[in-house]
Design a protein. Structure first.
Length: 254
């Protein structure tokens, strides 16, 4: 990261950690994580009681608690990330500081890089806060640790990829609300397109299924690292950041 991009990064981080929005989002994500975690624990306890009657019942903590928790947190992130990304560049336009950025000696790539890395820190802190619940299972019980670590790695890649797309959408909008709603629509389409793809079948169905992030997080939440899935998320990040930089550069030239 260049010195200029680092300056944008530090400015953006300072802005995030001094605004109530960051703490509200973290609190909301943590509360939702706690709600789903304890609901799954109650469900798991019911399964344990059932296993005394039906011995062949599976009583794996990873299967009954960790895996559904990670899948649920993905869905929560689909709704939370637009709230985070909508202010990245749209807010600059609202406050008038965007004109200063456009006329500054900073390149579009440096502005986007600084903002995106700050966004990554915010998303990582938010996501990793929820790791306190699986960590409590590791301390007080005996789940498999490796699938938890791989699952959270996948969750972070998922958040980073959607964050890059949200940044691109924000670079196109002059209004925070429009940016947030448009990002949410794009995220939902990407996330839910997996369902009709399964029904279509054939080569086209497989192509559509490959494009949805949900099909690439399945391996992660099950504790399996696959190079194809990692490449997919890195590509999505690159495309989102690249398009955001190009959109900013185009507006500057115009």
């Amino acid at each position: 990261m260049s010195a200029k991009a680092r300056a944008i990064f530090l400015r953006e981080l300072r802005s995030w950690f001094t605004t109530p929005l960051f703490y509200v989002l973290c609190s909301a994500f943590l509360l939702l994580s706690a709600f789903f975690f304890f609901s799954l624990i109650l469900q798991f306890n019911a399964v344990l009681q059932q296993s005394s009657i039906v011995p062949e019942t599976t009583t794996s903590l990873n299967e009954w608690v960790i895996l559904p928790l990670l899948e649920t947190l993905e869905i929560v992130l689909v709704f939370l990330i637009p709230v985070v990304t909508m202010r990245l560049l749209a807010e600059e336009r609202r406050t008038g500081t965007f004109e200063l950025l456009k006329t500054s000696p900073l390149s579009a790539s440096e502005i986007v890089a600084g903002k995106y890395f700050a966004l990554l820190v915010v998303l990582a802190v938010t996501v990793l806060l929820s790791a306190v619940f699986p960590a409590s299972l590791v301390i007080f019980s005996d789940p498999e640790v490796a699938p938890i670590l791989v699952g959270y790695a996948g969750l972070l890649l998922f958040a980073a990829a959607f964050g890059a797309i949200g940044l691109f959408v924000s670079s196109l909008c002059s209004n925070q609300t429009i940016s947030g709603v448009l990002s949410l629509v794009v995220f939902l389409v990407l996330y839910l397109i997996d369902t009709p793809a399964e029904k279509i079948g054939g080569t086209f169905g497989r192509m559509v299924r490959y494009l949805t992030p949900a099909s690439h997080t399945e391996s992660f939440v099950r504790g399996v690292l696959q190079g194809d899935d990692i490449f997919y998320f890195i590509s999505l990040i690159f495309v989102g950041v690249f398009l955001a930089a190009r959109a900013l550069e185009f507006e500057r030239l115009r």
